[in-house]
Design a protein around this ligand. Sequence first.
Ligand SMILES: [Zn+2]
Length: 492
Amino acid sequence: MLVYNSQTHRKEELKPIEEGKIRMYVCGPTVYDQIHIGNARTFLSFDVIRRYLTYKGYQVTFAQNLTDVDDKIINRANEEGRTAAEVAEEYSNAFIEQMHRFGVLDPDIRPRATREIEAMQEMISLLIERGFAYAADNGDVYFSVRSDHDYGVLSGRDLDQLRAGERVEVNDEKRDPFDFALWKAAKPGEPSWPSPWGEGRPGWHTECCAMIHRYLGTPIDIHGGGQDLVFPHHENETAQAMCAWGAPLANVWMHTGMLRVNGDKMSKSLGNFFTLKEVLDKYPADAVRLLMLQTHYRSALDFQTDQLDGAVGTLDRLSTCVKNLRWAAKNAPQDGELSEADRTLGAAIDKAHGDFVAQMDDDFNTSGGLAAIFSLVTAANKYLADAADNIATAPTLRAAYMIVELADVLGIDLSKAGAEEELPAGLVDLARQYAGFDGDDANAAAGALIQARQEARAAKDWSRADAIRDGIGALGLVLEDTAAGARLRMAD
Ligand SMILES: [Zn+2]
C-alpha cells in the first residue's frame, strides 16, 4: 500500500520496520482548552489510518501524548487563580471525553509530559554530551542548530533560508536565533522540576521526542500531526533524535491538511470558531465524521456547517439500508436457487470491497472508500426493491455485513442498525386490540399490526391507522414506509 511521506513529498510503499507491525505516534493536544474542530480533524484522520492498518492485518501500536505543561496552561491557570496542574487535569479529561464521543479509539499508550521528565532529562544530557546542546547562563538548555548539519531535512529548508524568511524570538541566551529550548529555567510561580541545570521544565519539542524513544523506540514507522507542525515542531523533534541516537525519529511523516470553516480560516473574531464539543452537542458524531472523511486527509478541508444536516441524511441512508437488509433477510423464505438479482448483488458486494481496499491502499483515500460503500448501498436498495418477494437470505445478509464492516473501518458504527432487535411484548396486546391477533409472538404481532394498518389506510379509516401507528410509537418503535414495504424499527 502507498503512503505519502511529507519528508520526500511522494507516495511510498509502506515498509514496516518489523514485519507485520506498525509503531505510530501522533502529537497530542496541549491541554489548556477544549480542542477545536481543526485539531479534531487531525485526530480523526489518524484514527481512520490506524483502523485501516489494523484492518489490513498490521499489529499497530499507537501512542499519543498529552502536553500538560506549557505557557498556555500556565497563563490560563494564572488568569483563573488555579494551579497549572488543575487546568491540565480538567482539559485532559475533556479531551479524552470528546475523543470518546467522536468515536476516536484510545491510544495504546498515552504518556503525559509531566510524568516523563526523567526520560527528557536523559535525552538532554546525551545531547549536551555529544556537543549538540548547551546550557545557557540563565539555566535554559538549547539545542544548537549549527552543530547539526542535517538541520532542515524534514521541512526542506536550510538555515540560511530560514534566517531570511522566518521571524524568531530574539533572545540573548541563544547562540543562534534558531536554537530552541530543550529545558526552560523556572520562573517564579511556574511548575518546575529539579535538574542538573537547575529548576525548570522541558521544552515542547523535547517532550514528544523523549516519549517516542521511551515507549516505541526510534525510528518509528509513522509520525503524524497537523501540517502546521512540520516546522518547527517536527523538524526539531527529528533533529534531536538524529543527534541523540543517530537515527531519524520516523520512517514516514504524515501530515493532515488545514481546516477552514465556511470558506475562511477559523477565528473567534469571524464567528466561525468551533470546538469539537460544540459541534458534537448539535450533531451525531458519525455525521461529522462522514462529512470530514469526504475530503482526503492531506487536502485542505472547507468545513461547511450547512452541510451537516445533509451528512445526517447521508448517515441515515447508510443505516436504513442496513436495517432494511437485515429485516428483509429475517423475513426471507428459505433459500432456493440463486436468482439473477442475487448474483448481481453478490458481484456488487465483491466490487465494493475491492474498490474500498484499492482506494484506501492509495494513501488512505477515504472519499473513494465512502464512494465504494455507497455504490453497494445503491445496489442493495435496488435489489430490495426488485427482488421484493424473492429475497434470498445469504446475499442480503452478506451485503449488510459488508456495509457494516467497511463503515467500521472508517469508524462509523452501524453494528446496531436493525441488529437482532428485541421487540417489546406490548406489541402482542396492541395486535390483539387492533389486528384480531391471538398469538403471543412479538414478531408475528408486528407483522399483523403492519398489515392491519395497511388495511385501515386502504379503507380510509385514518383514525384507526393513526391509532395503530401511535400505539407502536408509544412502545418506542417507529413504523417506517420504505421502498421495500412498511417495517418497524427501534426509535433512535
Ligand atoms: Zn510532537
